[in-house]
Design a protein around this ligand. Structure first.
Ligand code: FE
Ligand code: FE
Ligand code: ZN
Length: 276
């Protein structure tokens, strides 16, 4: 089954997002747990979440991929700000209890001149106690482009965080633009990159993908998303991705520069590339 969707938002809540998703041909989606560029979270509407869950079940959606705030940096230098970020993470996971079984994905963080090893250990320090609460959510580290001092631009770094935390409820969300910008050549050697992921992290940890083309060439560390087929990855790469036997059943989320009609068109396009 091909599970495709995009980022959605709604002032009316989660049930409304499920309806919007199905209108545009999506059978999964992503949503921000709070303002993506701030730290405020709306009070949780448990009734809405329960209705949304029932509708997801009825329409046979794939797993949803919630996204943490961009401003949540678990390895920021200032200890007080770091503590605050860890608190935001804990609250987000708590809130996911109303949507049990879904994914929560976030950017590991930026170490801002502290060095990659310090960054990784600070991320582990924040994640470990949060994961010990065993909220009914699988937490995904997003693979990053390596822009600035981003942590998580190599499979080895992601593996180090996963090992440090030591929880079975952690996985990875592979962002196609990010790994391309990070130097993984999925355009010419998708099989090789998938095998490399399996060797370093293990494919059982690959839980979700972000499908984005890239405005920049391989290894550019820029992180500028492009519409599907319009960038350096090209349509053929996405054709290989949606048909790859080892990527089957994984929710794939578009984060391309689009409004709803553009997303609908890209979902249609990707479905048309699927060989049955
Ligand atoms: Fe992201
Ligand atoms: Fe992404
Ligand atoms: Zn990105």
């Amino acid at each position: 089954m091909l599970y495709l969707g995009c980022h959605l938002s709604s002032s009316k809540g989660n049930l409304d997002m499920v309806k919007t998703a199905s209108k545009i041909g999506a059978n999964t989606f992503a949503f921000f747990t709070r303002n993506p560029r701030g730290s405020k979270a709306k009070p949780l509407d448990v009734v809405d979440c329960t209705r949304a869950m029932a509708e997801l079940e009825r329409q046979k959606f794939g797993t949803l991929v919630a996204h943490g705030s961009y401003t949540m940096n678990l390895c920021t230098k200032d200890p007080e700000a770091r503590q605050f970020a860890a608190q935001v993470l804990l609250e987000d996971l708590q809130r996911m209890e109303a949507m049990p079984g879904q994914y929560y994905n976030f950017h590991p963080g930026s170490h801002v001149n502290q060095g990659i090893e310090t960054g990784i250990s600070q991320i582990v320090d924040a994640l470990k106690p949060a994961m010990e609460q065993e909220y009914p959510v699988t937490v995904l580290l997003e693979s990053m482009a390596g822009k600035g001092s981003e942590v998580g631009a190599t499979f080895e770094q992601l593996r180090q965080i996963i090992d440090g935390v030591g929880s079975k409820n952690m996985g990875v969300c592979l962002d196609t633009c990010h790994i391309w910008d990070g130097g993984y050549n999925i355009a010419e050697d998708l099989d090789g990159v998938v095998a490399e992921f399996d060797r370093v992290i293990g494919l059982d940890r690959l839980k979700a993908m972000h499908l984005n083309d890239s405005k920049n060439p391989l290894g550019s560390h820029k992180d500028r998303h492009e519409c599907i087929g319009k960038g350096f990855l090209g349509l053929e790469t996405f054709q290989k991705i949606v048909n790859h036997p080892k990527l089957k059943g994984i929710p794939m989320i578009l984060e391309t520069p689009n409004e709803l009609p553009g997303y609908q068109a890209e979902i249609d396009l990707l479905r048309s590339l699927e060989r049955n």
